[in-house]
Design a protein around this ligand. Structure first.
Ligand code: ARG
Length: 455
């Protein structure tokens, strides 16, 4: 395609290091779509004749059908998907194929193809996140009033509900979806027509090609158009945040599925056995979601480091933009699907969660609050009195609400029998009615709001 000024062909290793076809063949559909929009515009603008435009259009459809049926050949001599498509087109329609590349460079072509691909990837990711959100809402609703220990420092802190805990992840996923949507809105400008870097003297209509490809309009600066990979970085950053959230949920599942916790039993479909220890049910999928997050972050870092030192405009380093994006997308798609399956099918051991919540003096704050509200103590003093009650319960091996009234009154005479109403974990969660709090009524309201207004 560019051999005119060369006497010798490239070295074999040159060919190999230069070729992107092994991975950029994933862009074939976007490449054909971009070319279809381009040739339609060339025809309309009178840059190629209507007959040539029609022949090229028909040929491109045949190329697409061939790719669809047979896949894309990995011919390293053809370097990349753009050359491959043009060569295939020439094979099918002859020399008129050579008119397609008028007023275009592979630099604006690849920028366009890749944007189209990332845009599709975002749409797929948003749909998958919708599925995960739906699964979280179903399970949260089921467990809106199921008590579990809430932790700080991984120490029992205050009782919460499992529904509230799951809705915390729902919040994260909603933010993740909004980051993907932001990235999509920002990237939706078309670089086609920037040509190699400077624009072109042909009377092209960039607004027409942008509209034909579903973009909001053309990009404004030809140098930026071929040099910008922000859209891919935005995508990878959104993917990184999302994978980070999935990883935290995965970590909780790993922890909860362990024998000392025993908070969750993953279904058979989402567990694996051991080849030596017959009793094992391992949470491999959750561990891999946690592991994949590291790889996705690596993909983001890879592209940012690739881009950070590049002068304007296009440099071949930028060909390395695609593998990390493809890899991150594949890993994230798997992670979201696996997490959705685990959430949908997990058995939550609510009896065990309740038992741990009750055992950990997790209503100590409720006792202190009661001393403030009913007995009129300053909070600092109430904190101290409660600390003594906890110490006593610990020494006696009792839960807080099993301490005798006389024992509590020996610590502070202002305590009366009314205190027992706040010492149960159910009373504790029911009392947390401040906006965003864990009371079952709040959790149900949050679920209802999430269903009405997906945000
Ligand atoms: N395969 C190249 C890429 O992915 C296409 C652009 C090539 N442009 C060039 N001037 N060599 O970046």
């Amino acid at each position: 395609m560019w051999g005119g000024r060369f006497a010798e062909g490239p070295a074999a290793v040159m060919r190999e290091i230069n070729a992107s076809i092994p991975f950029d063949k994933r862009l074939w559909r976007q490449d054909v779509d971009g070319s279809l929009a381009h040739v339609a515009m060339l025809g309309k603008q009178g840059i190629v004749t209507p007959e040539d435009a029609a022949a090229i259009t028909e040929g491109l459809h045949r190329v697409a059908a061939d790719y669809e049926a047979n896949g894309v050949a990995e011919d390293l001599t053809l370097e990349d998907i753009h050359m491959q498509t043009e060569a295939k087109l020439a094979e099918l329609i002859g020399p008129v194929a050579g008119r397609l590349h008028t007023a275009r460079s592979r630099n604006d072509q690849v920028a366009t193809d890749f944007r189209l691909w990332v845009r599709d990837a975002i749409d797929q990711t948003l749909a998958a996140l919708g599925g995960l959100r739906a699964a979280l809402l179903v399970r949260a609703e089921e467990h809106a009033a199921s008590v579990m220990p809430g932790f700080t420092h991984l120490q029992s802190a205050q009782p919460v509900t499992l529904g509230h805990h799951l809705m915390a992840y729902h919040e994260m996923i909603v933010r993740d979806a909004s980051r993907f949507a932001d990235a999509r809105a920002r990237m939706n400008r078309c670089p086609l027509g920037a040509a190699a870097l400077a624009g072109t003297g042909f009377p092209i209509d960039r607004h027409a090609t942008a509209a034909a490809l579903g973009f909001d309009g053309p990009t404004a600066n030809s140098l930026d158009s071929v040099s910008d990979r922000d859209f891919a970085i935005d995508y990878l950053q959104a993917a990184t945040n999302c994978s980070l959230h999935l990883s935290r949920l995965a970590e909780e599942f790993v922890l909860w599925a362990s024998q000392p916790f025993g908070f969750v039993a993953l279904s058979d479909q989402w567990s694996t056995g051991s080849s030596i220890m017959p009793q094992k049910r391992n949470p491999d999928a959750a561990e891999l979601v946690r592991g994949h997050a590291g790889r996705i972050m690596g993909c983001m870092t890879a592209l940012m480091v690739t881009m950070k030192g590049l002068p304007l405009a296009y440099s071949k380093d930028m060909q390395d933009d695609k593998p990390p994006v493809f890899e991150a997308h594949d890993l994230l798609a798997l992670s979201i699907a696996a997490m959705t399956g685990m959430v949908e099918s997990a058995t939550f051991r609510t009896d065990r969660m309740r038992g741990v919540a009750e055992a950990g003096f997790s209503t100590a704050t409720d006792l202190a609050d009661w001393l403030v509200r009913v007995a009129g103590l300053p909070f600092r003093e109430a904190h101290h009195v409660t600390g003594r009650a906890v110490k006593l319960a610990e020494d006696k091996g009792l839960k807080l609400d099993a301490l005798a009234l006389a024992d509590l009154q020996a610590i502070d005479a202002r305590i009366d029998a009314g205190v027992y109403e706040v010492l149960s974990v159910d009373a504790s969660v029911a009392s947390r009615t401040s906006f965003g709090g864990t009371a079952p009524a709040n959790v149900r309201a949050a679920i209802a709001a999430a269903r009405v207004e997906p945000r």
